[in-house]
Design a protein around this ligand. Sequence first.
Ligand code: BTN
Length: 326
Amino acid sequence: MSTSEKVYKLLDDKRGEYVSGNEIAKALDISRNAVWKAVNRLTEQGFMISARQNAGYSLSRLDDGLSAEFIKNSLDGDIGIYLLKETESTNEFAKDTARKYPGQKAVIIAEKQTAGKGRRGRSFYSPAGKGLYISFLLWPALSADKSLIITSAAAVAAARAIDSFVDAGEKVLIKWVNDLYLNSRKIGGILTEASVNCEDGQTEYIVIGIGINVYKDIPPREISEVYGAVFGETAGGLRNRLACKLISNVLEITDGLEKEYDLTRRRVINECRARSCVLGKEVNVYGFDGLTRGRAVDIDENGVLTVEDKSGRRFALLSGEVSVRP
Ligand code: BTN
């Protein structure tokens, strides 16, 4: 852990209170000048730290800046963390990274996306400081058909992470296959992209992009009816903690798919069923073959959605956009 990270941690433990330079220096066994330098570095990084003569330093209760070091320190293993103030799309950044550094595992996080991408060519609203916009660049030893479960696995990983921060009675639901819902509002989504070797059918790399609306904002009109957020108001340090949980959950579940594919897939599918907000409902599904109408009756062991129409005909859908009919 770097000195500034240690100083951050100490101030974080006493958020809102002033801690003297002397006390920090003693606790970390460093000079007061080193404390001053570390605080300057943190302030440059955007953390809300105020300094008062004869009182010391205080990290604002409202500070919720993301810290690459904080996140990196919570993870095991060799994985690059890129924290960007702003980028067009973390998925695009991840794909560029894949081309430049083949084999490099990375997590790309942005405070803001200027052209965040959603599924089916839509955009993903990504204002600064309000959400988590994260892409994982992974190189799993999985065939292309086994990789199809990755979006569902990421949805489960994200739902579990968010669940651990909300009230016990609340639960994140998954709108097949990639949308996250809380209290009937969309609070996030997943966009998975991959590069596949057509000769051997192996996945070269996978980019899992996850966007979560952490704090409420005023969204563009076209999404305002479904838009929701995990929390109403900004709370100090929450996005860092949620990011750590989300990242470790995604890495754990993708690792599970590589090492114990069948077991992990079964668990993912069971949880997708249990968290589904479409099963048993009348739905419209817009897929590659056009519109399918009927009742969503099952999600099978490969994540395929079965829809049954009025005449009892069944359609197996590999991907698509579901809307629940009233
Ligand atoms: C959807 O709702 O259709 C999927 C949204 C996925 C958004 C995330 S945010 C991080 C990553 N970068 C992007 O440009 N998109 C994904």
